[in-house]
Design a protein around this ligand. Structure first.
Ligand code: PEP
Length: 249
């Protein structure tokens, strides 16, 4: 039985006061949720989250890391620095990074490499645009985003990964894939992973993301291959985030 996981991607939102309130509410309720919880604050607030959640079992993720180990890369944050702060997870290839920052598969493989070297667990984000879905290319696009990782990482390294399927057209738009649409892609992802190793494919967490809210989470999370969610907007509201977490039985 795979552990359900609910991750909050705060994106570029919040300040110390808002974060304190959100973290306090999450810390208070964390014990009661059966799902594993994880929050991904912006870089400057990672330590605040580490400190606030350290005794709660809620894990911390970063939203990105550098493709480089260290050195003259102004503005970059290395995977090793994140691990040094007590961060456990890192998002790799969120569609906003792919779109606004032109991150391609080759760069993302390097980021994944740095993450694994530093002992961080990557959440590899994949998903198709609306145009790609309308052309019937969804599974092809998602498979092509995953394939370079299967090629460049050993099974032992892949064991620390989660995958997040996030249709680009559903992120921040209020549009959500139906549970059946999402399940079809999750099943295809798991079948692709099974080509590498069937027992790993059965264990790996495949999260769904894209306008998940308290009122649609339970139906999505009840699908056999959906192991929880990566939550953007709704993760900034403690009540919504915790209700979503509680929908993941
Ligand atoms: C996300 O940013 O990963 C996401 C899924 O956002 P939202 O829930 O706001 O669609």
């Amino acid at each position: 039985m795979r552990q359900k996981r609910v991750a909050g991607n705060w994106k570029m939102n919040g300040d110390q006061a808002q974060n304190a309130a959100l973290l306090h509410a999450i810390a208070e309720q964390a014990e009661k949720t059966t799902a594993a919880l994880l929050v991904c604050p912006p870089f400057p607030y990672l330590l605040q989250a580490v400190a606030a959640l350290q005794t709660t079992g809620v894990e911390i993720g970063a939203q990105d890391c550098s493709a480089y180990q260290e050195g003259a890369y102004t503005g970059e944050v290395s995977a090793r620095m994140l691990a040094d702060l007590g961060v456990q997870w890192v998002l790799i290839g969120h569609s906003e990074r792919r779109h606004y920052h032109g991150e391609d598969n080759a760069l993302l493989v390097e980021k994944g490499r740095r993450a694994v070297e530093a002992g961080l667990k990557p959440i590899l984000c994949v998903g198709e645009t609306l145009a790609e879905r309308e052309q019937g290319l969804t599974q092809q696009v998602v498979a092509a985003q995953i394939a370079p990782f299967l090629e460049h990482f050993t099974l032992q390294e892949l064991a620390s990964f989660c995958i997040a399927y996030e249709p680009v057209w559903a992120i921040g738009t209020g549009l959500t894939a139906t549970p059946e649409e999402a399940q079809a892609v999750h099943a295809a992802i798991r079948a692709q992973l099974a080509e590498v190793d069937a027992s790993w494919a059965e264990q790996v967490g495949v999260l769904y993301g894209g306008s998940v809210k308290a009122d649609n989470a339970a139906s999505l999370f009840s699908m056999p291959d959906i192991d929880g969610g990566l939550i953007g907007g709704a993760s900034l509201d403690a009540g919504q985030f915790l209700a979503i977490a509680n929908a993941a039985e």
